[in-house]
Design a protein. Structure first.
Lengths: 114, 370
């Protein structure tokens, strides 16, 4: 059965920033603590976005776009990680995460071509 | 005929004489002390300058930019005079009829700096000049934002705090903070839901503030050579918010005293993309307003760099695109850009340098819950 991780309860009440220097709620720490192990172990996780004060683009891009930069394929990310949000207005974050993964993949492909 | 005093009367007379003698000794002691100290006192008084700052009738950067910033500039020049004099600034708000949050935040930040910046710390004091003559709504406005809690001395007995809606507004007190502090942004957006119960968009406020904070920490104070006045040590920023009942609107303002977006852009990894906009517009690269506009366009439309960075500026203005009747105004250096809708962008040049970067978000609050 998939593990559910609610960001505000299991990680930090104020997700923000990219790197550890930006504070404890940063995207790199979230990715390393929850997303990377799930992908390496091929374990399903559900990421619940509800309850947060918001998700700055720097946090989401580093957490999810950063997975592609670490070498994980978008297909694997979509297979093992499900992101859910039921709170009104939070559906936009699902679109943003998908964009970050797609753009990171395009950047990665462009780098390899060059 | 003289009468002989009784023993009791003689004791009383002696005690009375002793007290008079003691008083005379004290008087001489005080007099001699004053004579000894007087040259020092005279010198100390001479070393202290009194600076009278008369704030204009309309104190706001939107409606009266030039006069409002003149007072701020006068404050900075005096505070940083470095002539060895201590200064007592007497802030005179007696002419003021209208205060806007943007001007209030800038002057608060400058007072904070004048009291705490290295080299001038403890040289400057600020006091309210004749607050009895100030308009009651102006006094209440300043008081609710915490103006007199730590920044400005206010000797008049405080009036009882009136309910916010009697005055037509409710405030979230000023935050002064150094570095990344997303929890402060979260607390501010939570407070907004307390003062305006129908406010439905606190996530945009949180995200905008955090990305602006990021900008301040990453860029604003990096190059000290670009700063005309020494900042307080650390990456300081100030923020405040107000709910205006009659306008059904929330205003959130954030300010830093850094070099400004136009000055720091050349160090940005996407500067070539910014330059491309200017080539397309056919204008030289020296208009601060257009520099800000180009930076935001680049952030919003160009692909991320290889490390994924560069989207933060775009998120600062995203609420203008996503929420009807909202706007974002950015003043940085000598430039100003106002975003209302996707294609409604106003660019202008400021008469005076703002001394950093100010961002203002105006968001509607619909009392029917929409």
């Amino acid at each position: 059965m998939a593990q559910t991780i609610k960001i505000v309860e299991d990680f930090h009440p104020y997700p923000a920033g990219r790197y550890p220097a930006d504070g404890e709620g940063n995207g790199t720490s979230f990715r390393e603590k929850f997303l990377v192990p799930a992908l390496k172990e091929k374990r399903e996780v559900i990421i619940d976005l509800d309850g947060a004060p918001g998700y700055p683009v720097s946090f989401l891009e580093e957490a999810f776009g950063g997975l592609v930069r670490e070498g994980f394929s978008p297909e694997a990310i979509r297979q093992w990680i499900e992101v859910v949000a039921k709170q009104p207005g939070f559906e936009r974050y699902l679109r943003h995460i998908e964009e970050h993964i797609t753009v990171a993949e395009q950047q990665s492909s462009a780098k390899h071509v060059h | 005929m003289m009468r002989r005093l009784s023993p009791e009367e003689r004791i009383k007379a002696a005690a009375h004489a002793r007290n008079r003698w003691k008083k005379e000794l004290n008087r001489r002691d005080v007099l001699h002390s004053r004579i000894r100290l007087e040259p020092t006192l005279r010198r100390r008084i001479a070393e202290t300058k009194r600076v009278h700052l008369v704030v204009p009738e309309v104190f706001g950067l939107n409606q009266n930019y030039s006069e409002s910033m003149s007072i701020v500039e006068q404050l900075k020049q005096e505070a940083f005079a470095k002539d060895g004099h201590k200064r007592i600034f007497r802030l005179d708000f007696s002419q003021v009829e209208h205060v806007e949050l943007d001007a209030f935040l800038v002057i608060s930040a400058e007072i904070d700096r004048a009291r705490n910046a290295p080299g001038i710390k403890n040289l400057n004091r600020f006091s309210a000049f004749r607050p009895r003559l100030w308009r009651p709504h102006v006094l209440a406005y300043l008081e609710q934002f915490g103006f007199f809690d730590d920044l400005v001395e206010y000797s008049l007995r405080r009036t009882k705090r009136r309910k916010a809606l009697d005055l037509g507004f409710a405030t979230v007190p000023t935050i002064a903070c150094a570095g990344m502090a997303p929890e402060r942004a979260g607390q501010l957006s939570d407070e907004l839901r307390n003062v305006a119960q129908f406010f439905r968009h606190p996530t945009f406020v949180y995200e905008g503030l955090v990305e602006a904070m990021h900008n301040t920490v990453d860029h604003a104070y990096r190059d000290k050579d670009l700063l005309k006045y020494s900042p307080v040590i650390g990456d300081w920023w100030w923020a405040a918010a107000i709910y205006l009942h009659a306008e059904s609107q929330i205003q959130v303002v954030m300010f830093d005293q850094g070099a400004g977006i136009p000055k720091t852009l050349p160090r940005w990894s996407k500067f070539e993309a910014v330059r491309g906009y200017f080539d397309g517009w056919g204008v030289p690269l020296d208009d601060d307003g257009l520099m800000i506009r180009a930076a935001i366009q680049t952030s919003r439309t160009s692909r991320s760099s290889s490390d994924g960075r560069g989207k933060g500026l775009g998120q600062i203005v995203s609420i203008a695109r996503e929420l009807d009747d909202s706007s974002v105004r950015i003043l940085s250096g000598n430039g100003q850009v106002i975003y209302r809708q996707e294609d409604d962008v106003e660019v202008s040049t400021l008469e005076k340098h703002i001394g950093g970067t100010l961002i203002e978000w105006r968001i509607p609050v619909h009392r029917n819950g929409v």
